[in-house]
Structures are given as C-alpha cells and as structure tokens.
Design a binder for this molecule. Structure first.
Ligand code: SAM
Length: 217
C-alpha cells in the first residue's frame, strides 16, 4: 500500500511540483511587483504626503455611464461647478461642454498636468474649464453652486460637514457611487457601481434642522 502511494505521488510530481522556485525567479518577481507598485503610486499618489491617512482617496476614473449619469442629474442647472478630485478631467470636460464654468480641484500633479494638456489640446478656454492643483479639504467652495465628487465612502461624512458649512443655499451636490450618509436624496440615476446621487443643499439643511428639533423634544 505504501509503495502504491509513493508511485501515485511520483506520477503526479509533474502536475504538482514540490520544488521551490529558483531564487532568481523569486527575486525578479519581487522586483517586478515593487516596480509596478512604484509606477502605480507615481501616478496615483503624488501630493498625498500632507493628507491624513483617513482622507486619502486614490485615482479611479469615472466610467462613461457614470459620467452620463452625472450629466443627467445636472440637467436644468447652470453656473459654476467644482469637481472635487478631478482626476484626468473627464467630469469637468463633460460639464463644461454644456455650459458650466468648471474648476477641477486635484491634488495629483501628474493628473493636473494631463488634464490641462487635454484642455489645451481640445481648445477649451479657461473661462470654461480650469484645473487647480489643490487639496480639496483646504479649498473654499462657497462660490460654487454645483459640486461633483467621486471620492470614497470613508470621507463622505467629513465632506458632508464641509459642504454644509460652505455651499450657498441654492447649491446642488452630486456624488458618484457613494451616497452621503443621513442626507435626503433629491434624485438618483443608474445602479451598481455607476449609481449617482443628487442632493439639494437647502433640502439637506432643512431636513437636518428638523431632525435636530425632533431629537430635542
Ligand atoms: C476616484 S478619483 C475620481 C476622478 C475623477 N473625478 C473622475 O470621476 O474620473 C478621485 C480623485 O480625487 C483626487 N483626490 C484625492 N484626495 C484629494 C484631495 N485631498 N484634494 C484634491 N484631490 C484629491 C485623487 O487624486 C483622484 O484623482
């Protein structure tokens, strides 16, 4: 019986190799992974050194469908628009093409340079779209009546506080993928990862005021 098990194992030796990979192969794989991580962080992380870990949001571009959902929610609106974390500028370009005066705030200098060159290449004037390399948490948003954000679930509560403090009463806020906790939605478009939510700041403020009143009773 023991003999037969050994024979079986010998038969399968080619299918399940038991020997360890060659040290050079391991070293090369390690170096390749480290290089890829380095490359990824060069494009996704510059500017993040001064931002607390809990507020870090990596780059992930909006899908075509998500951008279309944002545009649907912006229908009937006009004026100034701030895109918080503008990435390569795709939401800014979409909104500026229908007449918004857009500012894309972005912390990653590589993405800012890329978005600016795209704007230049497309001949979009700075009266329609500008990209500012700035930390959104240190940016005064009081002059914007439209705000778009595709960030991360962990920052939505902090962002909600900031927007409530700074935005004018007629502002509309659009959040991609991640809803604001405790804010009543005006409307939502799409589903799954492309779902997009719209909030009227005036309604949010009055909802929160009423909530506070009922809690005090
Ligand atoms: C999920 S991506 C969205 C990019 C773009 N808005 C889009 O929809 O394709 C989030 C972006 O926010 C930027 N970001 C993260 N933290 C930021 C901060 N504190 N200030 C400005 N931009 C920030 C990231 O660099 C990244 O480009």
């Amino acid at each position: 019986m023991e003999d037969s098990i050994e024979l079986i194992l010998q038969d399968y030796a080619g299918v399940f190799p038991t020997s360890r990979p060659h040290p050079i192969v391991s070293a090369c794989t390690g170096a390749l992974l480290t290089g890829l991580y380095g490359l990824w962080s060069v494009f996704t992380m510059p500017g993040f050194r001064k931002i607390p870990w809990s507020l870090m949001v990596p780059y992930l571009p909006s899908s075509k469908e998500q951008a279309q959902n944002v545009m649907k929610l912006l229908e009937g609106r006009r004026g100034r628009l701030a895109d918080l974390g503008a990435g390569d500028g795709r939401l800014v370009f979409a909104a500026s093409s229908v007449g918004f005066q857009c500012t894309g705030f972005e912390i990653n200098s590589v993405l800012v340079a890329y978005a600016r060159s795209k704007a230049c290449w497309r001949g979009i004037p700075s009266s329609q779209a500008v990209f500012v390399k700035k930390d959104l948490w240190k940016t005064d948003l009081s002059s914007y009546n439209n705000v778009t954000a595709f960030l991360a679930p962990g920052v939505m509560e902090v962002l909600a506080e900031k927007l409530l403090k700074e935005l004018p009463q007629d502002a509309l806020v659009i959040s991609c993928r991640f809803p604001f906790p405790n804010w009543p939605q005006k409307s939502t478009v799409g589903s799954g990862l492309d779902q997009t939510f719209a909030y009227e700041i005036s309604s949010v403020r009055s909802h929160l005021r009423n909530l506070q009143k009922t809690e005090m009773k």
